[in-house]
Design a protein around this ligand. Structure first.
Ligand SMILES: Nc1ncnc2c1ncn2[C@@H]1O[C@H](COP(=O)(O)OP(=O)(O)OP(=O)(O)O)[C@@H](O)[C@H]1O
Ligand SMILES: [Mg+2]
Length: 154
């Protein structure tokens, strides 16, 4: 798959090539400009696909404090900053949406941008709609990201 020319991130469905990790971080920052409090971003893709790299870019775009690193061992972190807080969740070992509620995060999800790695099929119910970003690894270091806004289905 190839993408010719600039990609319209405001489209309902977009696909972008990410040759390097810096491109993935830039995509995150560009997405952050389009995100506001209450928005949910679900990141999907295999181990090492770049989910945390994308979350780091979103955090940079939101100008949040502290390094956005893999939350695997803490499950969730809240980053506050200049604009809206970022709640960064790793749902790898999370059973479902009830567990996320049980995390008793120090912030209301409606007041934050919530980014969930491995969240597909688990956390969609948290918001009326969500941005699903699927990351795919290719044979070289490059990645492909496909994003689409989706309505809550259940
Ligand atoms: N184009 C690219 N986009 C993103 N990451 C890349 C790219 N090229 C190389 N990498 C490297 O791949 C790794 C991606 O790691 P990252 O932690 O972001 O993945 P992840 O999907 O969060 O993994 P996990 O499933 O363990 O949470 C990093 O080491 C990064 O430097
Ligand atoms: Mg990760």
């Amino acid at each position: 798959m190839t993408t010719a020319g600039p990609v319209d991130l405001d489209a309902d469905d977009w696909t972008i090539e990410l040759p390097t990790v810096a491109d993935t971080e830039r995509l995150g920052a560009a997405l952050a400009e389009r995100l506001e409090a209450g928005d949910l971003v679900v990141l999907s893709g295999p181990l090492g696909a770049g989910k945390t790299a994308l979350a780091r870019g979103i955090g940079a775009g939101l100008q949040v404090d502290g390094p956005v690193t893999s939350p695997t061992f803490v499950i969730a972190r809240v980053h506050r900053g200049q604009r809206v807080p970022l709640v960064h969740v790793d749902a790898y070992r999370l059973g479902g949406v009830e567990d996320l509620d049980a995390l008793d995060l120090d912030t209301d999800l409606a007041d934050a941008v919530v980014v969930v790695e491995w969240g597909e099929g688990l956390v969609e119910r948290l918001a009326d709609q969500h941005l699903l970003v699927r990351l795919e690894r290719r044979d070289d270091e490059s990645r492909i990201a496909n994003g689409r806004w989706r309505e809550r289905t259940a």
